[in-house]
Design a binder for this molecule. Structure first.
Ligand code: S3P
Length: 428
């Protein structure tokens, strides 16, 4: 599908964006390990999270879907079954990495595969520490690329300094550690999203967090939960930027999860001069949720690097669009992780924004942008089969002169199937 975007005269309205992808994956996986039935309300029905549900079914878990609610009959720690066929993780890195950690600790054989993009993403980062725990895992390219073959067994807890700030690696090791012999002690180089810690603690796991170190003592049963998944700040991000940079805009985004390990984009946009207000803040299910009011503003350039990067890693492509619309020079550094996402996002965003007339210079670990709103012009751009690149380019199209056309626009279904409908609805 090719989508065409025209320059917008304003963005107005009140919206709900897609449910949180990270929380939906985790709710599905953790519920399967609980003793009893969990209900997940507002589960994200998108390709990535549906991949997780299908994998859980293959592991013998009873999963019932009714609109946006999912009911999972937990099987406890010993109830998972050897899958009769390969686990297809589709495009989802979270599914593959978390389930590799989980399956490594069960006494059966599992093969995990993905689509062309996922089968080129690095898995050594989970396989190496899992091997230290005693796991046996094989993959292509010297054990780095999927498909992965996992011969599971009882593992030993480890003390491990995780070299990259990655919630997927952290969560894979925590899942492996839940069923292991002895404590698992993990230290991150910077804080990554902490939904796993919050959710497992609420379910009864013995998990202590002290700064960047997590100590997991196995042996506690997990109790079933009623999860209510907030809206995904990573999906809200496209509209936060759109309503900031399109003149004559005023938008309310309802019930967004603003967990501090995810909310880096709000801090950055506010520092750039965005008019963003947090309203009706409350806590539900261990997560902070709020409505966000955003109005148009004149943004200024900013430089970002360091500990904030993992707290806005998925939002960097759309932050690049905000930087392109801002006055002055902006830079992102220390974000080399972007090169191993669904596509090489540094290369993709530099290439496509460059095509639209943005003055952007690619760095090994980020980019530099000379912002100038007037420079953006509509043209045909490519999504690189990456949902977040497609949605970011759509936002750029809203301030570009003329028409912007985006190829393979259906890729948004990975995380945000209703994206185009919502956008069409609020754009004047
Ligand atoms: C995710 C963690 C991040 C993020 C991804 C979702 C998660 O990846 O980019 O979209 O749900 O744990 P890394 O852990 O590889 O940084």
């Amino acid at each position: 599908m090719r989508k065409t975007i025209e320059k917008s005269k304003g963005i107005k309205g009140e919206i709900r964006v897609a449910a949180d992808k990270s929380i939906s994956h985790r709710a599905a996986i953790f519920s399967a390990l609980a003793e009893g039935e969990s209900i997940i309300r507002n589960f994200l029905r998108a390709n990535d999270t549906l991949s997780t549900l299908n994998c859980m079914r293959r592991l013998g878990v009873d999963v019932e879907e009714c609109k946006n609610e999912v009911i999972i009959k937990g099987r406890g720690f010993y109830g998972l079954r050897e899958p009769g066929t390969v686990l297809d993780c589709g495009n989802s890195g979270t599914t593959m990495r978390l389930l590799t950690g989980l399956c490594a600790s069960y006494p059966f054989f599992t093969v995990l595969t993905g689509d062309d993009s996922l089968n080129k993403r690095p898995m050594k980062r989970v396989i190496a520490p899992l091997a230290l725990m005693g796991a046996e895992i094989w993959g292509r390219n010297g054990g780095n690329y999927p498909p992965l073959a996992v011969k599971g067994k009882r593992l030993k807890g480890i003390k491990y300094d995780i070299p990259v700030a990655s919630a997927q690696v952290k969560s894979a090791l925590i899942l492996a550690g839940l069923n292991a012999e002895g404590k698992t002690i993990l230290t991150e180089p910077a804080k990554s999203r902490d939904h796993t810690e919050r959710m497992l603690k609420a379910m009864g796991a013995d998990l202590a967090v002290d700064g960047l170190t997590i100590t997991l003592t196995p042996g506690q049963r997990l109790s079933p939960q009623e999860f209510i998944v907030p809206a995904d700040i990573s999906s809200a991000a496209f509209f936060l930027v759109a309503a900031s940079i399109v003149p004559n805009s005023e938008l309310v985004i309802r019930e967004v999860g603003i967990n501090p390990t995810r909310a880096g984009i709000i801090e950055v946009l506010q520092k750039m001069g965005a008019d963003i207000k947090i309203l009706n803040q409350k806590t539900a299910g261990g997560e902070i949720i709020a409505d966000i009011l955003v109005k148009s503003s004149e943004l200024k350039g900013i430089e970002i690097e360091g500990e904030i990067i993992p707290r806005l890693i998925d939002e960097i492509p759309v932050i690049a669009v905000a930087m392109a619309a801002a006055e002055g020079t902006s830079a992102v550094r220390g974000a080399e992780e972007l090169r191993v996402k669904e596509t090489d996002r540094i290369k993709a965003i530099a290439l496509e924004l460059g095509r639209m007339g943005v003055n952007i210079t690619e760095l090994e670990d980020g980019f530099i942008i000379e912002g100038d709103k007037e420079k953006l012009k509509g043209t045909c751009v490519e999504s690189h089969d990456d949902h977040r690149i497609a949605m970011s380019l759509a936002v750029a199209g809203l301030i570009a002169d003329g028409e912007t056309c985006i190829d393979d626009a259906e890729v948004v279904a990975i995380s945000f199937p209703e994206f185009w409908y919502i956008l069409d609805d609020i754009v004047i």
